[in-house]
Design a protein around this ligand. Structure first.
Ligand code: BMA
Length: 338
């Protein structure tokens, strides 16, 4: 990776402040981030990750982390959110086998059903879990991958008869102990059995990555291809303390690419430079892990479908929103030949 202080794309317009923080949460909460968002009729629905028992003071005293649950927020405009009085999901509390917490939700609607992908922890590794819900209060587990895999996002329609997902296996052993992880794709006839797995994008192709990449948000269909976000990590050993944590040496940027409509394992366009780099005050300062942008949703605006909203966790502490026009995002991806 070149030693460059990358800038984000000019077409991105951020909201001034995070759209949801722990101050908005009516139950125990310290970190409110990595939320999936979808439109249901005229309403926007957000499932967000809520970590508690991990305030800055808790961290200073040696971490008192109590748990992760999932909260639900609703909004008329996608900017101001009303949070339900209780968390809606806590996988660990259900005591199903050895399943621990579920986190980082990504929501897709297909043929009358909402599917939510979570990362799921167990004593034997990290898994990608797919859950079905009709009401965002009850979640039925329908598929859990083998470890280690996560960051799954499901395409909003079947392609050539199969459901399709992007995913991020974590092959630590065969990458020599390094986190050199890539984006993969798998297909399924029924959302339960997944196969035909193939590589979509290797981390080494991303100029602003020296560590790992992973899928970000369920893709949006456009005339030019499937538009999708990914996160990309670079590590700098000089970074040291960089948030509440003792050491945080990573930076998470957001990349964007366009996948073939008929075979989305083929990248047909990709921005060589990051779409977003941590630069707003709430992204680079005052959080748990500063300089972390983690997108979980990219959706069309209800009134202006050409306007794309990007919801992302910042500093592993806040839910944030940025916007850009569809044609501007596509132009970024089609500048360079693949
Ligand atoms: C990833 C996931 C995310 C988190 C990010 C930065 O590996 O655990 O939930 O936001 O790291 O800490």
């Amino acid at each position: 990776m070149d030693d460059i202080n990358y800038r984000g794309a000019d077409c991105i317009r951020r909201y001034k402040e995070p759209v949801l923080t722990c101050d908005d949460i009516p139950y125990a909460s310290n970190l409110t981030f990595n939320g999936g968002v979808i439109r249901v009729g005229d309403e926007y629905i957000m499932l967000f990750r809520n970590d508690w028992g991990c305030s800055e003071q808790d961290m200073a005293e040696g971490c008192n982390f109590k748990g992760t649950n999932i909260g639900l927020a609703r909004s008329k405009d996608g900017v101001k959110w009303d949070v339900e009085p209780e968390p809606v999901f806590d996988l660990k509390a259900l005591h199903i086998g050895e399943y621990g917490r579920a986190y980082d939700p990504r929501i897709t609607y297909i043929d009358g059903t909402y599917y939510v992908c979570f990362a799921v922890d167990t004593r034997h590794g990290i898994h990608g879990g797919i859950f079905r819900t009709d009401d965002f209060h009850h979640f039925e587990m329908i598929s859990v991958s083998t470890p280690d895999n996560r960051n799954m996002v499901i395409f909003p329609e079947k392609i050539n008869g199969n459901y399709v997902r992007l995913e991020r296996p974590m092959q630590m052993y065969s990458s020599g102990g390094k986190c050199h992880f890539d984006i993969w794709l798998s297909e399924s006839p029924d959302m339960v059995y997944w196969g035909k797995s193939r590589l979509v994008l290797g981390h080494e192709k991303v100029l602003f990555c020296n560590d790992k990449i992973g899928p970000g948000a369920p893709p949006i269909k456009t005339e030019k291809g499937w538009l999708t976000l990914f996160h990309s990590v670079d590590v700098d050993p000089e970074r040291g303390k960089n948030g509440w944590e003792k050491h945080w040496r990573k930076r998470y940027c957001i990349g964007i690419m366009l996948l073939d409509l008929n075979d989305p394992s083929i990248v047909i366009g990709r921005s060589e430079t990051p779409l977003m780099v941590p630069e707003a005050p709430y992204e680079i300062d005052g959080g748990f892990r500063n300089n972390t942008l983690f997108p979980c949703a990219m959706i069309r605006d209800a009134k202006d479908p050409g306007l794309i909203r990007i919801y992302y966790g910042a500093a592993d502490a806040f839910m944030c929103l940025a916007e850009a026009r569809e044609e501007e995002l596509i132009a970024l991806c089609t500048k360079t030949e693949q």
